[in-house]
Design a protein around this ligand. Sequence first.
Ligand code: CA2
Length: 154
Amino acid sequence: MPTVFVLNGPNLNLLGRREPDIYGRDSLEDIAARCREAGRRLGLDIAFRQTNSEGELVGWIQEAIEAAAALVVNAGAYTHTSVAVLDALRAFPGPIVEVHLSNPHRREAFRARSYVSLAADGVICGFGATGYLLALEAVAERLRDRREETEPEA
Ligand code: CA2
């Protein structure tokens, strides 16, 4: 079963407690549970993690090069600032889906720029926790397509 790292950046541990009008009422643990359930349905092994540290996020992306088939990333505010996260993502050979709970394009101008987008295959934003499930659907399809390309026909 392919492993998918679902990586979450700074302050996303606060979800459900503050700013529900922007980020919804689900806690990060609720979202993790929904991702694991989707993983069971889609045949994906989900490793769901959150960190407030840029270095740890970069380390997990590097770890994924050996340990994961695909990445789903909500880099939080590092989305808009981190060349280090971008460089690490560029070293990852599999599919990358960028997720945001809110729609950054409707918010402050500085949120419209995303370094993560420069490495991502696709972006899902504005659909709250559902965005993570849509990202996993997209990843499952990409991985199926790749398997069909490389496996010899029966
Ligand atoms: O919409 C998203 O998912 C974001 O990645 C969330 C980041 C923000 O910096 C990005 O522009 C868009 C912020 C996550 C902070 O989450 C909080 C949740 C509750 C209370 C305070 C912060």
